[in-house]
Write a protein that binds this ligand. Structure first.
Ligand code: HMG
Ligand code: MG
Length: 300
């Protein structure tokens, strides 16, 4: 039997948080309903953050509450503090993600506090999450470079990851936030993390600004990482990382993994349908090489 690679679909969250014109709640819901047909098992629905900071993610709790539940699909919401967590809890969300960074400057710009202060907020979340049996995933942005500080010390990345896991996160996703990394640099970061942490609790979240995301994922696979975040149609970016482009496209990740013999559980037709629909809604070309090749061969 082929080895399974877990894909976390971040399109409705990372994918939409940077769009110039926010989608309506109905459009966001339709997008997620499409994704629910694709076989993707973990979908980030949105973020319970301040709508003044990220208007595109407003009412993510309302959106969550409007979705049909499927026992095979885990939805999650990003929660930076107890206020956000309580909104997620109120709508019955069973998995949240907390997010910090390996860079002080990025943390400050993104969530308006220091790394230490972010952990104080997460400690409050963890206590309530534990009492309510809610899974908490962690994010560490700037795994290689920070848009404000430049190169980040891999030991610092490992330290923040360990801190999140020690605190109770079941998994930590390392964000290559601005997409500047190359495989040689990704290798050094994984080496630092894997010196003290199990590969099974680590995930890669690669943005594709310089077209290196797939190369970086290939490097990560070679170091036994088996969890990746991706965004359908390569949507995405972070409002606090100017110039950074979208995440690796789920379509391209699917192609790499399936051709390498990994199982993903993805239904290709449904994936392509979802990717075509959201590209039309957003009126943008899909940057996924695989999606473009797929449609060319379909039309030929
Ligand atoms: P703050 O201003 O420091 O918060 O923002 P505050 O506690 O001082 O409160 C100020 C106001 O915000 C108050 O409202 C609060 O009620 C409200 P007011 O009295 O002025 O009307 N507030 C909230 N409202 C809704 N939900 C909340 C919440 N908390 C406070 N949870 C805060 C702190 C974290 C809220 C703010 O900085 C924020 O919303 N930041 C947005 C962060 C974000 O969404 N970033 C993008 C996602 S992370 C990412 O993309 C990286 C990742 O993809 C990995 C990678 O690629 O590297 C994950
Ligand atoms: Mg991201």
């Amino acid at each position: 039997m082929s080895e399974f690679v877990k894909i976390v679909e971040v399109g409705p969250r990372d994918g939409l948080q940077n769009e110039k014109t926010p989608l309506t709640l109905e459009q966001r819901k339709d997008f997620i309903l499409d994704l629910m047909q694709t076989g993707l098992k973990l979908i980030e629905v949105g973020s319970c953050v301040s709508a003044k900071w990220v208007p595109q993610m407003a009412d993510s709790d309302v959106l969550f509450a409007s979705l049909p539940q499927d026992p095979n699909i885990q939805f999650s919401l990003l929660t930076p503090n107890l206020k956000g967590f309580e909104s997620a809890l109120a709508v019955g969300c069973k998995e949240v993600a907390v997010f910090t960074a390996a860079s002080e400057s990025f943390t400050r710009k993104n969530i308006n506090c220091s790394i230490d202060e972010s952990f104080e907020k997460f400690a409050d979340i963890m206590a309530v999450a534990k009492a309510n049996d809610i899974k908490v995933r962690g994010y560490v942005s700037c795994m290689v470079d920070c848009p404000y500080e430049g190169a980040i010390d891999p030991q610092q990345v490992a330290k923040v990851c360990k801190r999140l896991l020690d605190m109770g996160c079941y998994e930590v996703s390392l964000g290559e936030t601005i997409g500047t990394a190359t495989p040689n640099r990704v290798k050094i970061v994984w080496d630092a993390c894997l010196a003290e942490l199990d590969s099974q609790v680590l995930a890669g979240h690669f943005h594709n600004t310089y077209g290196m995301a797939i190369a970086n994922i290939y490097q990560s696979l070679n170091q036994n990482i088996r969890i990746f975040d991706s965004s359908i149609a390569g949507l995405g970016g972070c409002p606090y990382a100017k110039g950074a482009s979208g995440n690796v496209a789920t379509e391209d990740l699917y192609y790499l993994l399936s051709k390498m013999g990994f199982e993903t559980g993805i239904n290709l037709d449904a994936l392509m349908h979802a990717s075509q629909n959201i590209s039309q809604v957003l009126k943008r070309n899909n940057p996924s090489n695989y999606a473009n090749a797929y449609w060319q061969t379909q039309c030929a």
